[in-house]
Design a protein around this ligand. Structure first.
Ligand code: MG
Ligand code: MG
Length: 249
């Protein structure tokens, strides 16, 4: 079931997503070689509570943390740990969600740790570009998979594959709502986009195969060939005036 949001509801979603964006900004400033992923979790918890919000991911059954932190070949859902330290040359994907006043925010970004390889640089640039290209298709008159197709096109043009097992989603009073938004698809197909639709777009691009495995911890998703992966996510509102990125400050 698709739930369209009123102006007031979008205002609250704007507030929730601005908090996630602020937390992400704090985290981006903390990223350095030697910091543990549990330290990043602590920073996130501090800034989430300072803003009167709550971490969203603990509402997912079985998950206890505010962040997912996924390094290098880890695609998504990496679990923060004090034993996992960032190293020079890594790429690190941080996914953060919050809830405030009954509405969710969801945002993810992949950062370089110091100087990274040329292929890592290209992956990050292409991943971010694919997200922006998807957002640009989120306009009235288009259909849902116009967004998906734009993401896929940019990813492939950069020489990368898109993960198929995990997708974007609607967001509102639940972290994950309909519709699902794959990062691949046929242009001109899918539901017609409507004003009041609020969605989290989240391309995951891999250097090698699109296929993934889940590690024994039951959460961490890695590329099957252990090639590098990136993850960029914005929550956006589709309005009469075009797409508005909510998870940006
Ligand atoms: Mg997310
Ligand atoms: Mg999401």
């Amino acid at each position: 079931m698709i739930i369209l949001k009123s102006r007031d509801e979008i205002e609250t979603l704007r507030k929730a997503n601005a908090i996630v964006a602020e937390v992400m900004q704090e985290l981006s400033g903390a990223i350095c070689s030697g910091i543990s992923t549990a330290d990043l979790e602590d920073i996130a918890n501090l800034h989430i509570s300072k803003r009167g919000a709550k971490a969203a991911f603990p509402t997912v059954p079985g998950y206890k943390h505010a962040l997912c932190v996924s390094i290098n070949e880890e695609v998504v859902h990496g679990i923060p740990s004090k034993n996992r330290l960032l190293e020079e040359g890594d790429i690190v994907s941080i996914d953060c969600g919050v809830i405030i006043d009954g509405f969710y925010g969801d945002h993810a970004w992949t950062f370089p740790v110091g100087e990274v390889s040329d292929v890592a640089k290209k992956l990050l640039k292409t991943g971010e570009r694919s997200l922006i290209d998807g957002i640009e298709k989120a306009v009235l008159g288009n259909r849902l998979y116009d967004i998906s197709a734009a993401i896929e096109k940019t990813a492939r043009a950069g020489g990368f594959s898109v993960v198929r097992d995990y997708v974007g989603h609607g967001i509102g009073r639940s972290l994950h709502e309909d519709p699902q938004i794959p990062n691949f698809g046929e242009p001109g197909t899918g539901m017609k986009l409507r004003a009041g639709l609020v969605i989290a777009l989240e391309p995951m691009l891999n250097v090698g195969t699109y296929e993934v495995d889940v590690l024994q911890d039951g959460w961490t998703v890695v590329t099957k060939d252990r090639s590098l992966s990136c993850h960029f996510e914005h929550s956006i509102a589709i309005t009469e005036d075009g797409p508005e990125i909510l998870s940006r400050i």
